[in-house]
Design a protein around this ligand. Sequence first.
Ligand code: AMP
Ligand code: MG
Length: 322
Amino acid sequence: MNYQAEKELALKIVTEGAKLCQRVQQTDAGKAVKKADTSPVTVADFGAQAILCKGLIEVFPDDPVIGEEDATFLEKPELAGVRQQIIEQVQQTIPTATPDNVIDWINWGNGQVAERYWTLDPIDGTKGFIRGDQYAVALALVEDGEVKLGVLACPAFPREDGGKGVIFLGIRGQGAIEIPLEGGTSQPIQVDHSSNFEQLYRIESVESVHSDRGVQTAVDRRLGLTYTAKQMDSLAKYGAIARGEAHFYTRVPLPQFKGKKENIWDHAPGVIIVQEAGGKVTDLEGKPLDFSLGAKLGNNHGVLATNGAIHAQVLAAIKQEQ
Ligand code: AMP
Ligand code: MG
């Protein structure tokens, strides 16, 4: 299977989603409201989910979609203004969209895991988006519990030509590429296979509670790292590893979040992009990530993404420090 139709659609809708995010960022609608778990969400998160789901409904109506956002949240009377802004933003991309269409498209993302499904995070790294840092419009196709295609639109990702905005794409068996967000020629990308820890970079979240920094620093010391870790919001970290700018990324659950499992949409697209760029991704016990269970990686403990060459050494160091 070459996934040509999936690739074309995925690239088109993440680009449209990213453009909506960029537009919203210029306006007041880029401000956040709080979800029930107190995490921030913006007009752009809902707007991008609507646009991605609309494309998936049209081309692959039989594929379930599991997205981060849920429009029932928007039924609160105090969010009527936010709801209206979402509708208007989506209508700028799709002029024929009715208010009901927009809500139905967002809720299309409430699907269940099946043999074949899509998972999406309309804005991964919402905190980065609000700060003006990195974020990603993220979409992946999963079959038989394994990611087959992943795409990340990263509008703030710096390019070699001095511009900003990169799309990363990985397809099982076909390699990984990057494309400028505004279009143009695609370039194959490869991890940097070096294994001299003195020259390597770990990359971590900007948010300190998303992974255990105590363990991470102890692992760095054990491995002999000399550079301090790079920091980046969102799945863009996987892009940085896939293009050789960083060498490993660990997600070590903090003791206060014991039992909390990672969301599938926070990893799926990044996993295939790093794998197809020559890297490796497992959990902290070395097990493959299992995307067959539901919205969470329920069978896995944490995440480790590397350039491949150092994977076993990093796993061993984490084992000793946890
Ligand atoms: P990052 O930008 O790498 O810090 O990741 C952002 C994602 O972290 C968000 O999309 C959340 O789903 C997720 N997240 C929020 N709280 C936690 C937590 N305590 N542990 C792990 N991930 C989290
Ligand atoms: Mg996320």
